[in-house]
Design a protein around this ligand. Structure first.
Ligand code: BMA
Length: 311
């Protein structure tokens, strides 16, 4: 058997509903970053209404997380966000950009799902900035620096005509976004044939931006969510240098196979370390949080070695 791309942490799952000091049904799909040398996890939880909120947990080592006594982000009470967060806030991604942490999350309401963006500098207070997409968009990740003078994001609009694909969109100011183009599509009868979407915010490497994305395969027993990797050109991330035609992680552990939604590994965050490794975080079966490590160079090489066309 070949060596797995991701070495699972032996203490998985690292955070579950039993660890949370307020009533929740799940702990999953967390964005993770480093702040002042500590790991900050923003995790999604279903309430027993079925709607989601976002909590915060902190860690010294990236594996043992202590949740705060109160949730960090709950549906807004103020306009214009209130109307668009009525059904809950989900799947936060965190990008450190110009000294502030930008959080993109899915805002659900009777109008559909769209992406909202909030900002914090200290993980104590948080301000909502803008609703940065229309409906129906999920899974938006912002690059951690301006490229070619513009802010850049990967996003995943919904489409009835084409399988859900990854697009790129630009902004001069983080408020107004446009110049969108589709850059990566699922491939028929491959592990991600049903839909793909950006997962963790892209990571800068010498050879390109490493993007960890999720791909979905339909089976007679429901959809299976796995993770894959793609490499984007550093100075023009619309150009994809390689998409690895093998998944890097699939549901294997019991808490990934069975849970709130069976057969799901879903990432919203990864933390690159100075030693060339990456801590990857993923929700298991939409119910618990898991962690593992990878060697960044190996993931980059995988994009180039088992490369398939992006479109
Ligand atoms: C996606 C999103 C994710 C979830 C996944 C599996 O469409 O809703 O938040 O983890 O489905 O249920």
């Amino acid at each position: 058997m070949s060596k797995p791309f991701i070495a699972r942490y032996e203490g998985n799952p690292i955070l579950t509903k039993d660890d949370i000091p307020y009533p929740v049904a799940t702990v999953h799909n967390a964005g993770v970053t480093k702040y002042n040398g500590r790991y900050i996890m923003l995790f999604r939880s279903h309430l027993d209404t079925g709607r989601s909120i976002i909590g915060l947990a902190e860690s010294e080592d990236g594996y043992h997380f202590k949740p705060r006594p109160q949730p960090f982000l709950v549906p807004a009470r103020e306009a214009p966000f209130e109307e668009y967060e009525e059904y809950g806030v989900e799947d936060p991604r965190i990008t450190l950009l110009e000294g502030a942490y930008y959080i993109t999350y899915s805002a659900y309401s009777r109008h559909g799902v769209r992406i909202a963006m909030a900002r914090t500098r200290d993980f104590q207070s948080i301000e909502r900035i803008s609703l940065i997409t229309q409906a129906d968009y999920r899974n938006t990740v912002i690059f951690p620096e301006k490229i070619g003078g513009r802010y850049v994001r990967l996003d995943r609009p919904h489409s009835e005509i084409s399988p859900w694909s990854i697009w790129i969109t630009y902004s001069p100011d983080l408020m107004y976004w446009g110049d969108s183009r589709v850059i990566m599509k699922p491939v028929k009868y491959h592990w991600d044939e049903m839909k793909i979407g950006p997962g963790a915010p892209p990571i800068r490497t010498d050879k390109g931006w490493l993007s960890i994305y999720h791909g979905v395969f339909p089976t007679m027993d429901g959809a299976v969510y796995r993770l894959g990797v793609a490499l984007h050109k550093l100075d023009d991330p619309a150009e994809i240098l390689g998409v690895c035609d093998r998944w890097i992680l699939q549901p294997d552990d019991p808490w990934e196979v069975v849970g709130y939604v069976h057969n799901v590994v879903f990432t919203c965050g990864a933390v690159p370390e100075d030693d060339g490794t990456l801590k990857l975080y993923w929700g298991g079966a939409d119910k618990v949080m898991c962690a593992g490590t990878a060697i960044i160079d190996e993931l980059v090489d995988a994009c180039l070695t088992w490369s398939r066309p992006a479109l």
